[in-house]
Design a protein around this ligand. Structure first.
Ligand SMILES: Nc1ncnc2c1ncn2[C@@H]1O[C@H](COP(=O)(O)OP(=O)(O)OP(=O)(O)O)[C@@H](O)[C@H]1O
Ligand SMILES: [Mg+2]
Length: 355
């Protein structure tokens, strides 16, 4: 499963030329600012996930000074289907010339993306931990992404009520079934990820435990009862803060190592290894549920690993099989077969194929 050929037209700094990709490991090398992350972003869009959140202000996607605002991304995936995503005033997606949705693309070509910030998943903000779990769940449960955005809309609505000092009971009534469903799915997702983690003990030999901490709740076992109780207990606090503090938008995934919080008990390098093990467990979880290996888009993920850690990462990725795009600004020479590309000012050249 993967991308065979891809062409970006008028997309950021990437030269409009058709690229053929290898079904295994594609290593994207190049200096800072050459366009490696842009290539990953293009693939992320063709896979139905949209532009990357790089933690900077959004900049326009069409190539600057090109005179055109229309961007077209075309990809041929295994099975020879052609995906076309046109970005003009709005998104238009077509698969083999038939209109399709972003959810259709995620199903056609399951992709998991890991950005440099995801490497701080252990010690960083809970946003990264929720993002990883949500990415897995959106691939394996068709309605998950839709219900999650419905839930987020409801939370925004509740925030408006609270801000205006109005009672938020109506919003809570609408949120309860969505919140409790998301909690149930996330708990199943965490159990699946924990199980999948067992295969990656070479990367994280110190053992990693995962559990879901429901946002502002944890009073009752049943998700429905828990939500109802939590909004009662936290009612005063929500009114004082004028912001909803109960629900999945405030969830966290607690990561432990030998029964201690991994964020405070592991060294920086070991936290990076834990992040890699989690990433591989996410991929394994998707494979177990879909029966297909997801394509991995990895941006600078080997940075900060010692040489042994890098070796273990690449050999684990190789054993896993499937298509991988890994971008790196550091010189690397993985000990596993791969295709190496060099990116210079948006121009992509294949420079090496090691078997
Ligand atoms: N719409 C656009 N048109 C033209 N160039 C753009 C556009 N958007 C971004 N760029 C440029 O693309 C360049 C490459 O960005 P990218 O983030 O892909 O680099 P990179 O190779 O990943 O670098 P790093 O190693 O620093 O992560 C940036 O220097 C940026 O100025
Ligand atoms: Mg980059």
């Amino acid at each position: 499963m993967g991308f065979r050929r891809v062409r970006f037209n008028n997309f950021r700094n990437i030269e409009p030329r058709e690229m053929r990709w290898s079904p295994g490991l594609n290593l994207l090398t190049g200096e800072n600012g050459s366009g490696k992350t842009n290539i990953l972003e293009g693939l992320n869009i063709i896979a139905g996930w949209g532009p990357l959140d790089r933690g900077t202000k959004a900049v326009s996607i069409p190539t600057w000074n090109s005179g055109s605002t229309e961007v077209q991304l075309t990809g041929e995936i295994d099975g020879s289907e052609i995906i076309k995503v046109k970005i003009a005033r709005r998104y238009a997606i077509r698969v083999d010339d038939k209109a399709a949705s972003a959810a259709d693309l995620r199903w056609k070509i399951p992709v998991l993306t890991f950005l440099p910030d995801d490497m701080s998943i252990v010690e960083g903000s809970s946003v990264y931990r929720r993002r990883m779990l949500d990415m897995v769940l959106a691939l394996i449960i068709p309605s998950y992404a839709m219900r999650l955005s419905e839930y987020r809309r409801g939370v925004r609505q509740k925030a408006v009520f609270l801000k205006r000092g109005m009672p938020s009971m109506i919003a809570d009534r609408a949120l309860l079934p969505l919140a409790s469903w998301i909690w149930r799915m996330r708990e199943e997702g965490v159990a699946l990820m924990s199980d999948s983690l067992r295969g990656f003990e070479r990367l994280a030999p110190f053992g990693v435990g995962l559990s879901l901490k429901r946002g502002g709740a944890g009073f009752e076992r049943s998700c429905e009862d828990d939500y109802a109780k939590a909004v009662m207990v936290n009612g005063e606090r929500e009114r004082a803060m004028r912001f909803p503090v109960v629900g999945p938008h405030r969830d966290d995934i607690i990561i432990t190592s030998r029964e201690r919080p991994a964020s405070s008990s592991l060294s920086r390098g070991l936290r990076r290894r834990t992040a890699m093990a989690l990433m591989l467990a996410a991929s394994e979880s998707v494979r177990r549920k879909l029966g297909r290996e997801p394509v991995l888009l990895l941006d600078e993920v080997a940075a900060e690993l010692d040489p042994a850690g890098k070796d273990q990462l690449f050999s684990t990725l190789h054993e896993r099989g499937g298509q991988i795009f890994a971008a790196t600004a550091e010189p690397v020479s993985p000990s596993v077969p791969c295709s190496v590309y060099r990116i210079v000012s948006g121009k992509i050249d294949k420079i090496e194929e090691t078997v």
